[in-house]
Structure formats: structure tokens, C-alpha cells
Design a protein around this ligand. Sequence first.
Ligand code: PMV
Length: 325
Amino acid sequence: MDNTATARARANIALVKYWGKADVELNTPAVGSISITLDTLWSQTQVRFVPGLDSDRFVLNDLSDRKQLARVSACLDLLRARAGVDTRADVASRNNFPTGAGLASSASGFAALVTAAAAALDLQLSDRELSIFARRGSGSAARSIFGGYVEMHAGSATDGCDSYAEPLAPPEAWPLQVVVAITNAGAKAVGSGPGMQRSAQSSPYYAAWVDTSPRDLAAARAAIAARDFEKLAAVAEHSCLKMHAAALASEPALLYWNAATVECMHAIWRLRREGVAVFFTIDAGPQVKAVCAPGARAQVAAALESLPGVVETLVSGLGPGVELL
Ligand code: PMV
């Protein structure tokens, strides 16, 4: 082996959300989730195991990132243990979109990291095993191993071995488009990990959120199988608003939206009333992801761009799973 490999993984957006952990150490989710993998938003990561290096190094977008280093190292430790080596690594990653602002940079980042590290260590891992390793870095990263429509299983095994993602349908099965409205490109105040822990510990709505998740997963699965846009729109917006309701009722409160986020939601509902096939979803940040039929993309982007507070829009189709370069 030459100790070096590079992988590219795409961001994904959950239509049925993950919020809450079953086991913090194993990073298993309390609920399953369903996502779409995007094509134009990606992380590309090179991992080089260097004999003699006394600690891992992590460079993100050309800057040494000490804050994320511990998380990256912990994930590499799992792969080193599997390979039976303790060589430290030089990791260089690049995101082609804003980092840490609710655009799933940890999903694409950890999916690319584990795939490149496994290849650099010459480990022959199945996609399912990669998904399990990616989950340890970030719950949503387990989904970015696969392309198109993806389901993450919460699982119930005490070692997390049944907590992985699986493809539901390839991108071309139903080529929806996503218009991301950026309303604030800065990093968010409370990351998704600490945010979901706070909700689990203090939100009176958290138990209801967990209890009602299987129903949402079943509805989304059926809507995707039937290519039923209206049904997918209804369940995705419900899951998003229910997640944010649980977050809002946390102590202290978690409000990820700004005024422009809310303006985008109203604009998307207006478009839908006028017959445009579009719905929204929002993660742990103020950006709005408008999912639409291919023909509606230009109209949706124009409507969102015209709103005060929308800084820019990014447009993406659905993309493939992680690739080794
Ligand atoms: O993978 P994490 O730990 O960044 O959590 C992701 C949480 C949400 O983005 C809010 C929802 C989801 O399912 O992606």
C-alpha cells in the first residue's frame, strides 16, 4: 500500500430528520432518517498515513483546524484499530460550500474521511461498514456513503452494528432538484450534536418526536416509491417543523432560524398554492433547502433570491455515493 488515498463525498439533506442520539459514545441515532444526496455540494479529502508522525494533522480548506482535529482523530482511531496499525495521518479536506452553517459539511466530510482512510489503510470494507464508520464521525455522514434516496436505520444492537444507511432509490429514479437559500453563511451558534443532546435532556416534546418518527419514515418511504410529490412534501415539512418544535422547546431554547428563513418558508408555501411543486426543509442552521420538481427550479430560485436577507442560492440535483479518486 502507498498509504495515501483521496475520496469525494456529497452533502445530503434529510427529508425525515435525525435529531437525538440513542448512544452518545457509539453515536447511534434515536430515530431513523431519510435523505437525498446532492451532486454539486461536496467534500474532497486526502488521507496520508505517515510513519514517524507523532500526531494526526487536519487541514480544512487550507487552514489547520484544531477544533475538528479531535473528532477526525477519534474516527481515524477506529479505522487504525480495525487495521491493527497506529500510524498517524495527514488529512487535507476541502468543502466547495460554506462549512458548519447547516449545510451538512460534517456529513460529506466524514463520509469522505472514512472512505479515504480505509483505502489508504488497504482495508476492504463494504459500503455498509463504511456507513457504520462514517456514523461514528457524524450521524448524517452514514447517509452520504450512498447516492440518491437513502434511509438510515436507527438500529437496536448494543454495539451499533445495525445502525447504518442503505440506498432506497438511485438519483435517476426521481431526479428532484434542490435550491439552497443561504441566509447567513457564518457558522451556527449551537452545533447539531450539542443541540440534539439539549433537546433530549430538556424538551418536553422530545419523547413525542421519537415516538412519531416511524410513521414519518413509512410515509416518506411510500411517497418515494410512488414518486408522489405532494405526499413527500407533506411528510418532509412535517418532520422538519416537528424537529424544530422540539428544538425550540429545549432549555435554553434552540432557534436556528432568522427572519429570512421564515420569509423563505412563506414564499415556498405561496409557490405551492400557485401550483409549483416545491417544499422546504431546514437543518440546524438558518438556510432553507427548497426541494422541487426539475421544471420548477428556475422559478423557485428566482422567488427565493428576490427575498430580503437571502444572500445567494445554490442549486443541485441528486448525486452519487462516495467515490475514491
Ligand atoms: O450528523 P449531524 O450530527 O451533523 O446531525 C445532523 C442533524 C440534522 O442535520 C439537523 C438532521 C439530519 O438528519 O441531517
